[in-house]
Design a protein around this ligand. Structure first.
Ligand SMILES: [Zn+2]
Length: 134
């Protein structure tokens, strides 16, 4: 991982001054949103191998929340912006182009895969015992 992060407020700082929260792409659903929207927002995250945006807090400095564009494979940091600026830039995009829409779409296939598990498990159950084969 890159050992130096350029905070837009404090300048170049060691990575030890930062705390990582995780994926910055999920957008909080509206208070009255459907269960699936909240389930996806709270529980479902893509496991990206490559470039992604992450929330980092400069806990050892200005304490501001930042969005770090980082390659999870090479650990190269491509950009660091204030989270408020990132949020405004995401809100300015057309509705179909937001990362939130991307997250919801990617969550649906994962849920379909989960739904397929019981059928798969049923084939592994020993007839008459109700127990799974070892
Ligand atoms: Zn800072």
């Amino acid at each position: 991982m890159a050992s130096l992060i350029t905070c837009p407020h404090c300048g170049v700082r060691p990575k030890e001054e930062f705390s990582i929260r995780g994926d910055a792409s999920p957008v909080r659903p509206a208070p009255g949103a459907e269960f699936e929207a909240w389930d996806g927002y709270v529980h479902l995250r893509d496991n990206v191998r490559g470039v992604m945006h992450e929330h980092w807090q400069h806990t050892g400095g200005c304490r501001r929340w930042l969005v770090v564009e980082r390659d999870t494979f090479t650990h190269d940091v491509h950009s660091v912006v204030d989270a408020a600026d990132y949020s405004r830039s995401q809100a300015a995009k057309p509705a179909g182009a937001t990362t939130a829409g991307k997250t919801v779409k990617s969550a649906r296939p994962a849920k379909a895969a989960t739904a397929a598990k019981p059928a798969k498990a049923a084939t592994a159950v020993k007839p008459g015992t109700g127990r799974a084969k070892p």
